[in-house]
Design a protein around this ligand. Structure first.
Ligand code: GLN
Length: 247
């Protein structure tokens, strides 16, 4: 199959989008278009219709401050059943920082308020509060396939994984899930949670393509080989960060 089409659902673009996260949507869109894959982006803002969610082949939600997470949570919980069905069914997705925290069982924020979460990923997050430093800076992680992903973190929450999710990768530089156990992010079925903002996809084009490939394979129920693109600029950015971090 040379082309195809995808619907990308962008969850809470107004409230859940920090540190350049919207750049991930631009990358997914352009990398599809450059290959002749038709792509439609549906913005799923507060109060969206669940039917729109069900149409999506790929999901994205960015990060936010605690305040925005408190605003979004009630709307998100109304959509829990459908989101869970989609994630369990292997609909791929990328969930950054606050969105990643939302996939877990709960997030105890900097004020000690427990924000209910979707309970789809076996993990929980605790923000130890104002006396503790936020985990900020450029980071890198190594995936199980040895690929290196670079990103930028800025979070107060510390995330602890349960047994049924795997870490996205092992921290090479930075803090990752909690600054202690060397894990970063989590993977469950075809859904990826990570603390990496930046945005993460422009400087990790292989990760962007993995999401596109998974979405097409799920939609068309057949193996997909994406045509290669000229990634020289993207890879220069990737290498520059690795060099700066002295990995
Ligand atoms: N508010 C959350 C925290 O501080 C998430 C931050 C983010 O998404 N950048 O941990």
């Amino acid at each position: 199959m040379k082309t195809g089409n995808l619907i990308i659902g962008w969850l809470y673009p107004e409230l859940m989008s920090t540190y350049g996260d919207r750049g991930n949507i631009l990358v997914l869109k352009k990398r599809c278009q450059w290959r002749g894959i038709k792509v439609k982006i549906i913005k799923l803002d507060t109060g969206f219709d669940k039917k729109q969610l069900s149409m999506c082949n790929l999901l994205f939600m960015g990060g936010a401050q605690d305040k925005q997470q408190q605003i979004v949570v009630s709307d998100l919980m109304e959509k829990r059943t459908e989101l869970k069905r989609m994630i369990e069914n292997g609909i791929p997705g990328l969930y950054i920082c606050g969105a990643y925290q939302f996939l877990g069982k709960y997030y105890k924020d900097a004020d000690g308020t427990t924000i209910a979460s979707l309970g789809i990923f076996d993990l929980f997050t605790v923000n130890p509060g104002r006396g503790f430093s936020r985990q900020i800076g450029a980071s890198a992680v190594q995936l199980p396939n040895k690929q290196i992903i670079v990103g930028f973190e800025n979070h107060g929450g510390r995330t602890y994984l349960g047994k049924t999710v795997k870490p996205f990768g092992k921290i090479l530089k930075g803090f990752g899930n909690n600054g202690a156990d060397q894990t970063e992010g989590a993977v469950y079925k075809n859904s990826f949670g990570t603390y990496f903002h930046g945005p993460v996809l422009p400087k990790n084009p292989g990760f962007a393509d993995l999401l596109i490939k998974l979405a097409l394979e799920k939609k068309y129920d057949s193996p997909i080989n994406l045509s290669p693109l000229d990634d020289s600029l993207e890879l220069q950015a990737h290498t520059a960060i690795i060099n700066t971090l002295k990995i």
